[in-house]
Structures are given as C-alpha cells and as structure tokens.
Design a protein around this ligand. Structure first.
Ligand code: FAD
Length: 417
C-alpha cells in the first residue's frame, strides 16, 4: 500500500520518551525528517505533575508542556496528534493509523508507554471510576470532585499515594486500599513503606493493607467499594492505580519479541529491523537489576533511552547503562530514589524518620550499596548516587552514622591520588 507520508524517523507515542527522542535527534544533529504520531491530542507534556501539582490545581496545564509549540515548528518535527497506530508492516516500513492513514518510515521509534490496568472486578467500568495516566483522566477527576465526599483509591503504589495526598489536602475523605501487606511493596523496603503508611494515616487517610476488592457497587455511577470480607466502603469516586499494561499490540502482531513489554537490546533495538522501542514499554536487561530483563516506569528511563536511540540512529556507539532514579512528592515529603532496591539483603536507615529527613540505604549480601531512598535529603541522594553506580562496599553500622556524609565513602579515583 502506498504511504500517505514518509519520514526518515517516525516516533509512535508523544509522551516523555517520544518527545525526548525527537529533541535528542535534533540535539545530536540529525537532519532528516521526523514525525511524532501520538494518540493524545495534546502536544507532548510532563506526566508526573498529573498526580501532584496539576491535580492539586497548583500548576496550570500550559506549564506542563515539554516544549512550546514554536519549538516543534523550528526544529521541524511534525506532530501528527490524535492518531492511534493500530498496525505496522516491518517489511514495507509503514505504520497504519486507526483511520486507515499509512505513514512510511526509515526508522521507527516505539514510545507508547502503557495503558492503566483495569480493575478486574464487577463494576470496574462504572462512571466515577478513574485512572491517573493522562490529562483526560485527571480533568475528569477534577470536574467530578465538587460533588464527591468519599474517595476510595485502589493501589498503594506511587500514583495512588500521591493522589491520596492531594485529595486528603483538598479535604476529601480518602480511603486507600492495598492488596499486599504494605504499600510500595514492589519498589521500597519495609521501613519506607511503614513510614509512608503512618504519614498518610496522620494526614487522615484511612489506609488499609492486605485488602482484596470484591466488586464496585452502584447503578451506572459508582457508590461504594465492596471488600471480600463483605465490608462496603462508601465512595462517590474510585481511583484505580494498579499498574500499567504496555501498549505493544501492533508490535507484537508484527512479530517483535515481546513479553512484559517489547524486548530491546542495549541500543533499544527490537527484534524487528529498523524498529526501536523506549520508555515504559521497553523490556531490557538492566545492569542495576543484575542483568535481569525488566521494564522501568520513570522519566529518567524514557529520556535516557531516547538519547541512546538518537545516538544510535546517528551512527554513534551508545549503550544503555543509565542509573535508575525516580522521585515522588507527597505532602511535604520529597522522596528521591536511586538504584533498584528490589533484591536488597539489608536496609539501613540513616537519620530519624520522625525528623522527616532521612535515607534508607539498601545493601546486597556483600554489603555493597545498590539503592537509596532519600526523604527530604537531597544531599544523601546526590552522594549516594555515586555509591550505587560504583556499588561501593560499606559497613552497615558506619553508614547509619548521620554525622558522616555519604561522600566519605566515594572512592577517590587513582588518578587523583
Ligand atoms: P508516556 O509518557 O506514557 O507516553 C506514551 C504516549 O503514547 C501516550 O501519549 C499514549 O497516549 C501514546 N500512545 C499509546 N499507544 C499509542 C498508539 N498505538 N499510537 C499512538 N500513540 C500511542 N516518573 C518519574 O520518574 N517520577 C514521577 O514522579 C512520576 N510520576 C508519575 C505520575 C503519573 C500520574 C504518571 C502517569 C506517571 C508518572 N511517572 C513518573 C512515570 C513517567 O511519567 C513515565 O515513566 C513516562 O511518562 C514514560 O514515558 P513513555 O514515553 O514511555 O510513555
């Protein structure tokens, strides 16, 4: 089939990864034609504020754009918005949109992120049940909020917790339900989970762990959440934050190697010729996870992968080896994390959580630093990052001593001695 348009690079998905890929391509001097094909009608915007300042109505949407409209024009990046790619032909080098339009590419960058995982219980599709993934979701929440007293949030990951913090501050009666025995169970150690649980409760959130949702009650509109023990919690609004499902169907249908995400190599190449994948949807072997194949859902990962692809397209040698980092804002707590703590053997707390400034240092079985969670502690984050990158071995008792700065453990390069 003849293409309606042909570009040297087509980027599918106009979120963090997609936008950054175009920015990086122009940044490294790529002169060819570039288009971003995006499902949303908005120009690329920052997603993290959606569950923070934007939901709190402290930052208008106009201040979320990754670049102003003028930038895309000047850099000659075509924004083909409001278009969903539904199929691709790796042989013909074309993608097809839902309306039948066909776009040809020289190289394709797949940056489609994921869709919110739907709540798999009866009533999960009632009105008043929301996700927090894009502007449309959050605008719907904000427009309904006026008539809402009780909000039930399902899922104690970062997005659920951030939404809980904002809505509690807005005066809503918030209940947060987590199925596992603690919040943040997949991404943080027990002490950090306990701290956040206590803090949310102190702010009036009814936070319950180990809770299974049986169904949502209501006729047309949600009115409550039924737990598996029969308890019914009143709710005029339910927010579901139970993870995402990578948007990779067209890639998988075209034969790309996929599992939980689309498999990419160290240059973010998929198994299909001339097709790269980046960001939340890209499953890659990560050195900070001891080489395990994982997906990372963070701005850092989307941006760094975008740069690797831009360099690779321009013929540079580049290998994805970026240090994972992430942040989350809840109440007055600014959490910064670096590294991946999932497989830690020991967690050492530096400082007293009561002061609302402390860090958790995660160690492997050989007492080497593999990750940190830093609460209101930018200095530990900055120094700790180096310890994670170098996987520095420490004495667990000594590293807990807050009178000593973490930079003391950073090895001095041989050339400086
Ligand atoms: P996205 O930014 O999700 O972009 C994907 C885009 O592709 C979307 O616009 C989507 O509509 C589009 N798309 C999907 N399918 C198609 C298709 N078939 N055709 C065309 N377009 C398609 N990370 C942090 O590091 N710190 C934070 O504090 C933080 N907070 C967050 C808060 C919220 C509410 C959310 C939702 C995410 C947060 N994240 C945070 C995660 C971060 O935003 C993501 O990791 C990042 O956006 C991933 O970029 P991406 O390009 O892979 O996907």
């Amino acid at each position: 089939m003849a293409s309606d348009q042909i570009y040297d690079v087509v980027i599918v998905g106009g979120g963090h990864g997609g936008a950054q890929a175009a920015i990086a391509l122009r940044g490294v001097g790529f002169q060819g034609t570039v288009a971003i094909v995006g499902r949303e009608t908005e120009m690329p915007y920052e997603r993290p504020p959606l569950s923070k300042e934007y939901l709190a109505q402290e930052r208008p949407f106009e201040r979320l754009y990754i670049r102003p409209a003028q930038y895309w024009q000047e850099k000659q990046v075509d924004l083909l918005l409001g278009r969903t790619v539904t199929a691709l032909d790796a042989q013909a080098h074309t993608v097809t949109c839902a309306d039948g339009e066909t776009i040809g590419y020289g190289r394709l960058i797949w940056a489609t992120g994921g869709d919110p995982r739907a709540l798999p219980v009866p009533g999960g599709d009632l009105a008043g049940v929301h996700a927090v993934r894009d502007r449309e979701d959050v605008d719907a929440i904000m427009s309904d909020l006026g008539s809402v007293a009780n909000v039930v949030i399902i899922g104690g990951g970062y997005i659920g917790l951030e939404a809980a913090a904002v809505l509690a501050k807005l005066g809503k009666q918030v209940t947060l339900l987590e199925a596992l025995p603690r919040v943040l169970a997949r991404v943080a150690g027990e002490d950090l989970s306990a701290f956040y649980q206590a803090d949310h409760r102190a702010h009036g959130v009814d936070l319950r762990v180990g809770q299974q949702v049986d169904s949502l009650a209501g006729v047309g509109q949600v009115s409550g959440v039924r737990l598996d023990d029969g308890t019914v919690l009143p709710a005029q609004m339910v927010i579901v934050g139970i993870g995402i499902v990578p948007c990779i169907e067209p890639l998988a249908a075209a034969g790309a190697e996929c599992g939980n995400g689309v498999r990419v190599d160290g240059q973010c190449r998929t198994s299909l010729p001339d097709i790269f994948a980046i960001g939340d949807c890209a499953a890659h072997a990560n050195a900070f996870a001891d080489g395990q194949v994982i997906r990372l859902e963070s701005v850092q990962n989307a941006n760094d992968m975008a740069m690797i692809v831009a360099k690779t397209i321009c013929g540079d040698q580049a290998q994805y080896a970026a240090t994972p980092w992430f942040w989350s804002n809840q109440y007055d707590l600014k959490l910064q994390t670096v590294g991946l703590s999932a497989r830690h053997a020991k967690a050492v707390t530096r400082g007293d959580p009561v002061t609302r400034k402390f860090s958790v240092v995660y160690l492997d079985p050989e007492n080497r630093v593999i990750a940190l969670d830093c609460v209101n502690n930018a200095r530990d984050f900055s120094h700790g990052r180096r310890l994670v990158e170098l996987r520095v071995g420490v004495d667990p008792t000594e590293i807990a001593d807050v009178s000593r700065q973490l930079k003391e453990w950073i090895p001095i390069p041989a050339s400086a001695t």
